[in-house]
Design a protein around this ligand. Structure first.
Ligand code: SF4
Length: 257
C-alpha cells in the first residue's frame, strides 16, 4: 500500500469516528493547560488530573505561582513523576510568563520554549490546542503509532516524525491528528503488545501487514520442512525394503500381505 493511501485511510477513519477529539487533561485556561502539560511529561493524564484541582486552587494565576517557591509547589505535586524538577520548572515558567509575557501564554513555539520546562512537544501542544496553530506535538504514543501505521518511514526522532507528519497531513488536521494518535496509542496500539485483534486500522496498518506476511512466510517454511521430512522418510523406507528384498528377507509389507 502506498503511503498516500495510508494517510487517506487514516484521515477517513478518524474523521468519521472521532471528528472532535480533545485532550484528557483537565483545564480551564491556557495557563492551566500549560501547567498540566508540563506536569504530564512521563506521567499519566489520570494522575495529573488528580493533583491539578488543588494546585490550580492554590495558584490560580501566573502571578501567584511566580510568587511561590519550588518547595511549596512540590507539596501539591509530589505524587507525579519527577516532582522536584517539575516544581522548579513551574515556578520558573510562571516567572518568565509574568516578566516577559505579562502573564499571557504566548502562541509562538519559539516564545513558549523560552520558559523553563517547555520543550518542543509542550510548545506544540499549547500552540495547537490553545491557538489552533498548524503544529503537531510528538510524544511517545504519536511517535510509536505513526511508525507502526506506516505514516512515517525510518523516523528515528520525534522531530523526524513531526516533519513527516506535517508534510503529509492537511494543516487543518494536525491538531486533531495529534489526539487521534495519542488516544489510539493509549488504548489500542499500546507499547508492548498492540491489541491488533480489536484494532479497526488493520486494513492499512503497515505493522499488521508485515506481521501477517511474516506469519504466512513462517507457515509456508514449516509446511515445506514437513514435506521434505516426509519425502526423506519414504526414501529411507524404500531403500530398506529394496535391501530386504535383495536378501530374500520378509519385510513388514510382505508380512502384512
Ligand atoms: S493493527 Fe496493531 S499495530 Fe496496527 S495500529 Fe492497530 S494495534 Fe497498532
Amino acid at each position: 500500500m502506498l503511503k498516500t493511501d495510508r494517510y487517506k485511510a487514516f484521515v477517513a477513519y478518524f474523521s468519521a469516528q472521532q471528528p472532535n477529539p480533545v485532550t484528557e487533561l483537565h483545564y480551564n485556561s491556557p495557563f492551566e493547560l500549560l501547567v498540566a502539560v508540563i506536569l504530564s511529561a512521563q506521567c499519566t493524564d489520570k494522575r495529573i488530573n488528580q493533583v491539578t484541582p488543588a494546585l490550580f486552587n492554590r495558584f490560580p494565576t501566573p502571578e501567584s505561582l511566580a510568587a511561590s517557591t519550588p518547595d511549596e509547589v512540590y507539596t501539591y505535586i509530589k505524587s507525579v513523576s519527577y516532582p522536584n524538577n517539575k516544581a522548579k520548572h513551574l515556578v520558573g515558567m510562571a516567572k518568565v510568563l509574568v516578566e516577559e509575557f505579562h502573564g499571557v501564554v504566548p502562541s509562538g513555539t519559539d516564545d513558549l520554549q523560552k520558559m523553563p520546562g517547555v520543550g518542543r512537544k509542550t510548545a506544540n501542544v499549547i500552540s495547537s490546542v490553545v491557538y489552533q496553530e498548524p503544529a503537531i506535538a510528538v510524544d511517545t504514543h504519536v511517535f510509536r503509532v505513526s511508525n507502526r501505521l506506516g505514516l512515517t518511514h525510518h523516523a528515528k526522532t520525534p522531530l523526524a516524525t513531526e516533519i513527516q507528519l506535517m508534510k503529509h497531513l492537511p494543516k487543518e488536521l494536525l491538531g486533531v491528528a495529534h489526539h487521534w494518535l495519542i488516544l489510539h496509542g493509549r488504548y489500542i496500539c499500546v507499547a508492548r503488545t498492540p491489541k491488533c485483534e480489536i484494532c479497526p486500522l488493520t486494513h492499512f496498518c503497515k505493522y499488521f501487514e508485515q506481521m501477517n506476511t511474516e506469519t504466512a512466510l513462517r507457515k509456508k517454511e514449516q509446511e515445506q520442512l514437513q514435506k521434505a521430512k516426509k519425502l526423506q522418510k519414504s526414501k529411507k523406507l524404500n531403500r530398506l525394503v529394496a535391501q530386504l528384498k535383495k536378501h530374500n528377507m520378509p519385510n513388514t509389507v510382505d508380512i502384512a500381505d
